[in-house]
Design a protein around this ligand. Structure first.
Ligand SMILES: [Zn+2]
Length: 119
């Protein structure tokens, strides 16, 4: 696969994720404002709990998105240093079909499974 095309694909995906985070941040500050206006002891208790839950979902979404960006940065770094397409863990080439569906992959399928089991 063409390195430049690949780089463009990764940068485009990165920009999309950055926009997503910006939107999540806007949502977050909105729900923060809402909840700080309400006293936790009045009848809005249930509503406030809902807001908190929303915020937690947004936060974990944001965490996931940030992890994806970090993953893309790692793939871009590998593209720069010439190790792109090779597994970070075992050093074997990552099959092209896998890179095609997941251009940000830095691990082969086997190693990814091992890493996931560790978590
Ligand atoms: Zn591997």
């Amino acid at each position: 696969m063409d390195r430049e095309v690949l780089k463009r694909r990764l940068l485009l995906e990165r920009r999309r994720l950055e926009l997503e985070i910006r939107e999540l941040d806007a949502d977050l500050s909105e729900s923060l404002e809402e909840s700080s206006e309400e006293s936790p002891y009045d009848q809005h208790m249930a509503e406030t709990a809902g807001v908190t839950l929303d915020r937690e979902i947004d936060l974990s979404l944001e965490e996931n998105t940030m992890a994806s960006i970090a993953q893309i940065d790692r793939a871009l770094g590998k593209l720069e240093n010439g190790s792109y397409g090779f597994c970070d863990r075992c050093g074997k080439p990552i099959p092209e079909e896998r890179l095609d569906v997941a251009p940000f992959a830095t691990l082969c399928i086997d190693c990814k499974r091992i890493e996931e089991r560790k978590r």
